[in-house]
Design a protein around this ligand. Structure first.
Ligand code: ARG
Ligand code: ZN
Length: 895
């Protein structure tokens, strides 16, 4: 039952926070229940009085009745707010007769049917906000995170994305402690106040939902630049962070400018305000946030310099900076009607950032990286208890649905529009979408309608990608009629049941297909086959020799392929497919088959015997890839990397982690041993030319990537010299961290040296993100005492249990990237993680809930493991005072 608190008690001396002991029964919300409220806030004025013990938030909400007006109470969300005063059009309101209060908000019982202004003053305690949602303190700076439902932790408001308002904001704070004051939009005033305080005022001319609100008060240094838009307007760009990070902001700035240019060139979309700020903070639940004109970022997605950031980090910074920038159109100018539509902005914006990164780097490499995430994480989600359509039907805690399904599968769905409509057709659809909906809060159906209308296409069936969860399997069977010169390809589709969806209807699937002759030449170029029925046959005519089919080129749909292939055929495709993505894919399929066959019923303790079982077909194919002339080094690197535990385990039923890990280990060793001379030669040949300057050219990245893959294999045979030498002479983080990783599982002097040198250097330079790498490498290490290592890392001086990045580096890494430790047969890994979930949940429900997902695969394990994982989930679910976030994950997992 809602917990009502009397206004009188809140007026007293100390600010009464909604006690965390007050647990409301979690409420499930449904997409079908959407309704616009009867009163709409159209303009907001906010004043923040920031003090050390509390912050006062003064709000004036200018409210308009819906037309026609309806006589309904007005619901304002509010969480952990202490109401200090409330008045309507100048008259104080009385609790009980005019309004009621609960732990979830404030209800005006009979608001007028004409426009009115509601004024409230609330007190909040950002310095005690460990959830990092709403206004909170990070390393002494005040920052906000409002998406999805953080604004209600700042003031009473209709905290939902269809309430779009203009914002006028004034911030007041101590001038010395918080010299930098920022909010969305343009600064329109600033000045000094008595007692060493100062203020700044901002106006954001664009109407926006509350989740895009942001403000910052802190002591930060920054770099500035300028961007001139295509139409000739100057935009001031500023990136802010703590002073010690100032030399790590340049890459983010470059990425921002590249993204601005790219969006003009690719979609004709320009930036619309005079200023664009990025603020980087240490404590952040996610990657970054696209607040209008004032992005707030996790430092992990901003900071980069060669000595601290790997090539992958650089790529992430570039991608996330672009992602948040692209949201200015796909998300901010056109936003979501309700949170069920999240993929409308996230799927689209991930697609846009992927396309941008692809244009900035290498199309094939980027595609492989994105497909790897889909296969290891998204397909796994689809196959488990958290499976949901990219447009979910219900949620308890919206933050639980910022998922790889909504984001990455959502991006794949956008990509399919483009594959079906062509680049130009897609652009027409985008133009129509923005022309129709600029300034509105809309739905995924609106986006689909724009794509359909701009192209005169019927995309009705395509809605099933938004309605149905699960990964379809496309089965393919080919038949060649030599006499007629016809190749017939029969495609059929099935999608397994997911929670609440026992039966699936056929999807509209673009299957990009090519045909190769046995000599490797092209018979049929990439063609889009549209699979819309349960089964269809496609005929290729004029095929003069028996073809090899290359299916789902470029991962043209988020599906699995069922097509029996011989090892020879896979090796042939790995060497010859004209589609580089499918060359990689063939190598992965070959490796997957080998690994699963080895794992099936193997004796996990007999690793030497297992090593001898690795078939020469795999070794030969890997050798051919490693030595292929003219093949991009990044593509080689990914082709020579074995699929990970998460990807492989999806194909094993039940999952036997000991066997699977043993097969992986044995295969790595067999590759290392049998290709030793090739790997060593490649490693040495790939050394950076002496004195060469650090560059991020794809060529240089590819060199480092492949060289590090070679190093990791060589280390499997105990070759410590190369790793140690690489560490000592490293000129960038990509080189040093790979050397640490190569050594971390081999106890001894070399390991001790690199670990302590690495740590001491990072500590001396105050590089928190580098220390996190040091923590993560150790937490992922497959060693007999992995759990003890993790516990000692948590006791280390560098560990901060309130910082999500540090927590994730240790705890989530152990749960997600150390399968041997997490799945240890005695259950100690499971117990440890459930204890962490319960403990973290008290401080930060979002981070705890995410960690709790580690148990989602419990039904896929057999016997004792299944029982133990289930037991931990039940312990979590029943622990007193559990947040709705973690409750939702645990209970969906057990359902
Ligand atoms: N909109 C942000 C992004 O993808 C993510 C913010 C999510 N935050 C959260 N607490 N759920 O760019
Ligand atoms: Zn986003």
């Amino acid at each position: 039952a809602p917990h009502a608190r009397s206004l009188a008690s809140l007026r007293g001396g100390s600010v009464g926070m909604a006690s965390s002991a007050v647990v409301d029964a979690p409420v499930e919300r449904f997409r079908k229940d959407y309704a616009l409220p009867a009163q709409l806030v159209g303009a907001v004025e906010l004043k923040f009085e920031i003090f050390e013990t509390e912050t006062l938030v003064h709000a004036a909400l200018h409210v308009e009745p819906a037309s026609p007006p309806r006589r309904e109470p007005m619901v304002l969300d509010g969480e952990e707010l202490a109401l200090r005063s409330i008045e309507m059009d100048g008259a104080p309101l009385v609790e009980g007769s005019d309004f009621t209060l609960s732990a979830a908000g404030l209800t005006l019982l009979s608001p007028p049917l004409t426009p009115f202004t509601l004024r409230t003053v609330v007190a909040i305690k950002p310095q005690e906000n460990t959830q990092l949602s709403g206004l909170y303190k990070s390393s002494g700076n005040f920052v906000t995170q409002c998406e999805a439902e953080g604004f209600r932790r700042i003031t009473y408001f209709q905290d939902r994305p269809d309430i779009m308002a203009t914002y006028k904001v004034r911030i007041e704070a101590d001038k010395q402690a918080y010299p930098l004051l920022l909010s969305n939009g343009n600064e329109v005033g600033k000045g000094d106040l008595p007692s060493g305080r100062h203020f700044a005022e901002f106006v954001d001319p664009f109407r926006k939902p509350s989740y895009l609100f942001a403000c910052v008060a802190g002591k930060l240094d920054g770099i500035e630049d300028k961007y001139t838009t295509a139409s000739g307007r100057d935009v001031r760009l500023a990136i802010w962070s703590e002073p010690e990070n100032i030399d790590q902001l340049g890459w983010a700035m470059q990425s921002l400018k590249d993204a601005m240019r790219w969006d003009e060139q690719t979609y004709g979309l320009e930036y619309d305000l005079d200023v664009y700020h990025i603020v980087a903070v240490n404590d952040f639940n996610m990657g970054a946030m696209e607040n209008k004109g004032l992005n707030v970022f996790n430092t992990a997605c901003v900071l980069a310099k060669p000595s601290t950031a790997t090539d992958d980090d650089y790529e992430r910074v570039q991608g996330v900076v672009a992602h948040e920038y692209f949201h200015n159109w796909s998300g901010n100018r056109v936003t979501c009607r309700d949170w069920f539509q999240l993929t409308l902005k996230e799927g689209l914006t991930v697609f846009r950032d992927q396309h941008f990164s692809s244009d900035m780097t290498s199309e094939a490499v980027k595609r492989i990286e994105d497909a790897r995430i889909m296969r290891s994480a998204q397909f796994a989600q689809d196959a488990g208890p958290m499976a949901h359509p990219i447009r979910p039907e219900s949620y308890i805690a919206m933050d639980n649905f910022y998922t790889v399904t909504v984001y990455n599968k959502g991006a794949e769905v956008i990509r399919m529009y483009r594959t079906l409509l062509g680049a130009q057709g897609f652009r027409k659809g985008m133009d129509l979408y923005f022309a129709r909906h600029d300034g509105q809060a809309v739905t995924c159906d609106d986006f689909r309608a724009a794509m359909a209308d701009a192209n005169g296409r019927d995309l009705t069936q395509f809605e099933r990608w938004y309605l149905q969860a699960g990964t379809p399997t496309v089965k393919a069977r080919g038949e060649y009629d030599a006499e007629g010169g016809v190749y017939s390809l029969t495609l059929s589709q099935t999608t397994p049941p997911t929670p609440g969806q026992p039966h699936k209807l056929p999807f509209h699937i673009p299957v990009v297909t090519g045909l190769l002759a046995r000599d490797g030449t092209t018979l049929v170029d990439s063609t889009v086959l549209e699979l819309t029925e349960e089964e269809q046959t496609f005929k290729f005519e004029g095929i003069t020799s028996p073809p090899v089919v290359s299916l789902l080129r470029g991962f043209s749909a988020p599906v699995k392929v069922d097509l029996p292939r011989s090892d020879e055929e896979l090796a042939f495709l790995a060497a010859n497919d004209a589609d580089p993505f499918n060359r990689w894919d063939a190598s992965q399929r070959l490796a997957t088959r080998v690994l699963l066959e080895m794992a099936a019923g193997c004796d996990a303790t007999q690793t030497d015997a297992l090593e001898k079982e690795v078939p020469s077909s795999l070794i030969d194919a890997f050798r051919a890839t490693l030595c292929a002339p003219g093949l991009d080094n990044s593509l080689k690197a990914y082709s020579l990397s074995l699929p990970d535990f998460g990807t492989l385990s999806q194909e094993m039923d039940p999952i036997e982690p000991d066997s699977l890990l043993a097969a992986l280990k044995a295969t790595r060793k067999a590759i290392a041993r049998q290709l030793h001379s090739e790997l060593a030669a490649a490693y040495d040949a790939l050394a950076p030319p002496a004195g060469a300057a650090f560059t991020l050219e794809p060529e240089a990245v590819g060199r480092r990537r492949l060289r590090n893959v070679c190093l990791s294999y060589l280390a499997k045979l105990g070759d410590e010299d190369r790793a140690l030498a690489q560490f000592r002479s490293a000129t960038c983080m990509t080189e040093s961290i790979a050397a640490v990783r190569a050594l971390v599982e081999s106890p001894g002097a070399a390991r001790d040296e690199v670990l302590s040198t690495f740590y001491e250097r990072a500590k001396a330079n105050k590089e928190a993100l580098v220390i996190n790498k040091w923590l993560a490498v150790q937490a992922a290490a497959d060693t007999p005492d992995a759990l003890e290592t993790v516990k000692s890392l948590m006791a280390h001086e560098s560990f901060d249990a309130n910082n999500p990045n540090t927590l994730r580096s240790v705890v989530n890494t152990f749960a997600g990237a150390n399968p041997a430790g997490f799945h240890k047969a005695d259950g100690s890994g499971y117990r440890f993680i459930s204890e962490q979930v319960i403990d973290i949940d008290k401080r930060n429900p979002q981070v705890a809930a995410r960690l709790c997902n580690a148990f989602n695969t419990w039904r896929r394990y057999s016997g004792a493991r299944q029982d133990m994982m289930k037991g931990e989930l039940m312990r979590i679910k029943e622990s007193p005072g559990l947040s709705k976030d973690t409750f939702e994950i645990a209970s969906r997992s057990l359902a």
